[in-house]
Design a protein around this ligand. Structure first.
Ligand SMILES: [Mg+2]
Length: 279
């Protein structure tokens, strides 16, 4: 029986609709001209580029000698190199860091609060498992999401990123549930679905707005949000909260939910059927 549900954050609970605009605005004040669409495109490219060179055994933010701020400073340096602009000042990097530390930069998907409340009303324990840095708890608090979770687990605090099983196990410990009694939901096949399954959990793929989830670490799960530039051809949702979803091969065939609205009913039906089966 499912006793806990855990969620990815970016593109699952929240998104960053003004990502390109915020980069354009802040950098413009620091002498770097970039149009919002170009900024958005480059953010995605630089994210993927740096992800490829990251050590998969550790969290990229805490692994940087200067922590998350140092990692994002490096990110911005590479962004400006790609733009053939002068190197950014530390002030520009710091300002961007603070902008995305605020709930104002983010938007909660409309169905999320009601879905979380419905799950809580059914007695489920709820958690976040995210590849984010130290800013996440405050962002979730400002968006009125933090109080809805029993555990908020993020990579820079744990020292490893999804899909590493250790970050899932940390969340399970904090929630006090066995892996087989927990369901994880996220928008990345690699980080969320395959990672959760490898940790012994059940998993469900979320595919919002036909975004292509076949991108793994590189193009989704970015703490910056909308780094995705691909528009996949993913079809209709299957809504599989299926306990048989335990192998990556099976997971790869999953189409996923298009939003979180069906989740309370899916979990409830799973609980009923499991309860009936065991009686
Ligand atoms: Mg995500």
């Amino acid at each position: 029986m499912i006793q806990a549900v855990t969620f990815d954050v970016t593109h699952t609970l929240i998104r960053c609709p003004r990502l390109g605009e915020i980069y354009s605005e802040v950098l413009g004040r620091h002498g770097v001209e970039v149009a919002p669409p170009e900024a958005r495109r480059l953010i995605g490219e630089v994210w993927r580029e740096l992800a490829c060179s990251a050590d998969p055994s550790c969290d990229r933010f805490s692994a940087h000698p200067e922590g998350p701020r140092g990692w994002w400073q490096r990110f911005l340096e590479r962004f400006c190199e790609r733009l053939e602009a002068p190197p950014p000042t530390r002030f520009a990097a710091a300002e961007l860091f603070y902008r995305f530390a605020s709930g104002d930069a983010w938007e909660v998907y409309p169905e999320v609060p009601a879905v979380l409340d419905a799950l809580r009303d059914r007695g489920l324990r709820l958690g976040v498992i995210s590849n984010w840095d130290t800013r996440l708890p405050e962002v979730l608090r400002q968006l009125d999401l933090a109080r809805r979770f029993d555990a908020v687990v993020y990579s820079s605090a744990v020292g490893v990123e999804k899909p590493d099983s250790r970050i899932f196990r940390r969340a399970l410990r904090e929630l006090g549930v066995e892996s087989r009694a927990a369901l994880h939901i996220g928008d990345s096949r690699l980080e969320d679905v395959e990672g959760a399954i490898a940790a012994g959990m059940r998993a469900l793929l979320l595919v919002r707005g036909n975004r292509d989830p076949v991108s793994g670490r590189a193009s989704v799960g970015s703490p910056l949000g909308e780094t995705d530039t691909s528009r996949g051809s993913v079809g209709s949702p299957l809504g599989e909260a299926d306990t048989s979803l335990r192998s990556p091969a099976r997971a790869a065939g999953t189409k996923g939910l298009q939003d979180l609205s069906p989740l309370p009913a899916l979990v409830a039906s799973r609980r009923r059927s499991r309860g009936a089966g065991s009686s």
